[in-house]
Write a protein that binds this ligand. Structure first.
Ligand SMILES: [Zn+2]
Length: 155
């Protein structure tokens, strides 16, 4: 099934989130790799027999844990909650021997604020969406309306 993937402004944190849009059936999945927010819209007719209408789901984000292994492996965990046990778990994982601490990071998002708990997020991570978007337009030479609609995705 054809879909468009592009970056858009995150409704929760205002930075760049990712949209996966299945334009023919109307499904749309927004996920934010900055704050962990997600918003799903699904056309039920395509997901179940006798399904009717659109179903919407919002999950507030409380941060992200981006893990990369020294040899290989890559995992993004979006946090739908945050507590001490989770913090301990991800801090331990970050400090494990197999973790590439140069490229892995752990960020908490709480009441409009980001707090980097471990590692160093990418430069793009910190940019408000409009700044990120203009940077991508330049970097990828986006000039046509369609190219500008599909804001490139970069971690
Ligand atoms: Zn966000």
């Amino acid at each position: 099934m054809a879909s468009n993937m592009y970056a858009t402004e995150c409704p929760q944190c205002g930075r760049s989130a990712i949209v996966d849009e299945y334009y023919k059936r109307g499904d749309r999945y927004l996920t934010c790799w900055r704050c962990g927010y997600c918003h799903t819209v699904e056309n039920r007719a395509f997901h179940e027999k006798d399904g009717v209408g659109f179903e919407e789901e919002v999950c507030p984000g409380f941060g992200v844990f981006v893990w990369r292994g020294k040899k290989d492996g890559y995992q993004i965990t979006m946090l739908g909650k945050f507590d001490e046990a989770l913090e301990r778990e991800y801090m331990e994982k970050f400090h494990e021997e197999g973790t590439d601490q140069e490229t892995s990071y752990f960020v908490r998002y709480d009441e409009g604020r980001f707090k980097v708990l471990a590692g160093k997020p990418t430069e793009n991570f910190h940019l408000p969406f409009d700044v990120y978007r203009d940077k991508m337009y330049k970097e990828y030479d986006c000039v046509t309306e369609f190219e500008r609609y599909l804001v490139p995705i970069e971690e």
